[in-house]
Ligand binder design. Sequence first.
Ligand code: GLY
Length: 590
Amino acid sequence: MRQTLSRLFPCAVAGLFLSVTNLLLCGSLTAQQALTPYSYSSPKKALVTHGAVVSAHPLASQVGVSILQQGGNAFDAAIATQLALAVVYPVAGNIGGGGFMVAHLAKNAATQSKSAAADPNSREIALDFREKAPASATRDMYLDAAGNPVAGLSENGHLASGIPGTIAGIFAELKYAKLPFAKLIQPAIDLAENGFVITAEEARNLNSAQGAFKNFNTVQPVFVKAVDWKKGDTLVQKDLAKTLRLIRNNGAKGFYEGETARLILEEMRRGKGIITAADLQGYHAVVRNPAVFSYKNYSIVTMPLPSSGGVVLQQMLKMVEDQPLAADGFESVKTIHLMTEVERLAYADRAQYLGDRDFYAVPVDTLVSPAYIHSRLAQIPARAGKSRDIKAGVLSPASEETTHLDVIDAKGNAVSITTTLNGGFGNKVVVGGAGFFLNNEMDDFSIKPGVPNMYGAVGTEANSIVPGKRMLSSMSPTIVLDKGKVYLVVGTPGGTTITTSVFQTLVDILDFGLSTDDAVNLPKFHHQWLPDVIYVEPGLSIAVQDSLKVMGYTVAQRGSIGRTEVIKVLPDQHIEAVADSRGDDAAVGY
Ligand code: GLY
């Protein structure tokens, strides 16, 4: 019903910002519209002409669009949105975490900064600001004397944190931006200083983590409350505002050195963490060559290692490229069988072979070669395949807290950023006096071969802990080009489900011809080799689920999978931006 309504009345169902001057456009922010931190809702769709931002929070999307309207480009808007998310979406928005950016520089864009790209002639950019293992991290640091994992040690508390990369990433993004940094960070400072009202979902998130906040913090943060948080409460973050001002005034040194670094180190001392001043000062974001490959008539641009996305997404898409998906039907038994087996094969390789290429020789070229893809495809059985029979962790939807944002500007520059603290509120530790959460990204390493992490993913030596190494990720910010121009900007949070959700969203649009709204909002499914289960969202046809079970699959219904954000450039050059209905996500444009 919701999908039908949204097809007929996309703007009305989106519910906000209906332009009275142009009834064809929706989700548009007027030039003079001020930020509305005390009264806002979540427009799910923008159909606009100049630029758009989709993110997990309406205030962050509004901030991004207001920067576009002030003459900023997609990079300016992405930076401002990222910083705003660190304030208004503390469950995953962050300055204490890390992430990846994939971007496309429009031809002749005045903003082009070729010198920063790994390939200076490329207009496709991949930026890696993933966290790194501290210098004194060791391979077995999460194991007890008997060699068994200590429950929760890589997930909560000070030891779980990798060296944060987000602020280094933001200053690397700034090379492609136009506006002064002070302008980009000011909305975040104001939101932290003056506060904003929280949504029902944010209240739920904060309430569910109260016990962990009390357990793992050495200084009680503003997020701890004597009575339950509720929708409409105002969240003021003075310490975070102070930290953001230090970054505004001192650049990346305002985070990695000086007062903020001192507070991080004090926090580490109080909580027996291992991040040092040298770890902070030595952190750098890295510009990498993006993974670029063809799918039918399109170019897919996505994140290379240490994201598994570049290899896994390429393997999955290449395995289905010549299959008659459209004829088999959207989410039919035949389609889900094929896509599940493809996911199983790709995730088995992920577990075995993938890790930080700066530290481990990953056979990327072989894994994505046509001969290898062909040989893997030949292994798909007619009925349900079987993954290796080992005990693996159960996926935990509550922990899949990462966040994604898409931006496009009037010149055709596009930015796709996925950033994360890993679990919801990261390691649950707020740096005393500095007001931001630290990540628990160390859990994305393989802490022991075959032992599942919080997403149930297993790994080997390729993803073992080594000082300075980046932990393997699933984050797959992606851009699809059609004849060199941006067609789609896509991404999602969701731990190991990220890559399969991007895979599904792409084939939904490129093969099945689904509308953007349906590709974003219809039920998704996920298989990751281990555990050997197809996870499905509520709403996926029960008859199809029953048929899959008859074929030998274990099918388990779970909570929502990801929160996919998509920007699509329509043939008439209108920009269609769609935010996922699974959360407070908002699409805004002008
Ligand atoms: N922390 C989730 C990911 O990087 O895949």
